[in-house]
Design a binder for this molecule. Sequence first.
Ligand SMILES: [Zn+2]
Length: 357
Amino acid sequence: MKMKSIVSILLCLCLAAAVILTGCGDKSDGASDKATQAAAEAVTEAAKADGIDYMVLVNKTHALPDDWEDKLETIHMTNSVGDDVEVEKKAYDAYLKLKEALEKEDIHVDLDSARRSVADQQRIMDEFTEQYGADYAAKTVDQPGCSEHHTGLALDLYLIIDGKDVVENEDMIKYTDIWAKIHEKLADCGFILRYPDGAEHITGCGYEPWHIRYLDNADAAKEIAAKGVTLEEYLGAYTGGEVSIDYGTSEIYTEQDLRDAVIRIKCRFAFWGNVDLKSIRYAGDEAVSEEKLKWLNELEPQAGYTQAAMFFTDFHTPADFTQNVFTADTDYTDYQWWLARKAGGGWDIVTFAYDAG
Ligand SMILES: [Zn+2]
């Protein structure tokens, strides 16, 4: 398996631990915009009438519908690097239109990967479990049943620049102007950018300019693009409301550092379902001593953390909450979240507890 394929399997690290805890349950809806939700429901009903529901939501908390694989009609194509790619039929036709529109602007793309069956994902999970252990596998591989790639409607593009294939994520991400032009053309062909920058706490996935999603509905795609919302929000499946955030002051971290940490915490809450997260507050530079850093490194002996931060959170758990470390229907105040990283790197949530350490 080439690196790019592995990388695309390692998507959505943001919520890795949350997945371990939550599995693939359904979340109840709570639309903030009822009109949008009604429109979305009408679209969903229309789509259901003829086979698969093109507006389906598949993410960490919304599993693929049981009968999906029976109804799905796909085609196979061979991309420019010789890989077989399986795509849902209408999504492929729409992709060809998109490709043609882009070629008029001298932008060249191809399909890196599209559909992965639940069985394939399970096989990958098993391989990773055998090779690296269950914890690592659960952290790095999407839970089988909860990857949007199961639908056949999610496409990962790669770029062809000056006749050369650019397939590695870290190379592709540099072409920001080209991606912007590609993203402009998506809605006309019924696609959306599925994991926009800054929506990690809603989608559960980091920014992926290459991952596009077919909706078979250009109007819905245009509305999503125009409003700058995610599919979760459009379908009323995101229940997180306004959270009061206090970054305080820090001489160690920039506000962006603290923002990144807060996104990680919000991600975890977003995928715990209906927990009402009220506030997140940076505990200050003095909250983390050498001793605390040592303790966090003891909790994650492989990590080699050099920096840590602690945040207080206030939240209320719903009546049906089943996460075993929390009590249902309870107010939590000044609950601690401990994050750590190697200097300048991405934050890990190491632990959370009342008065931890
Ligand atoms: Zn993808």
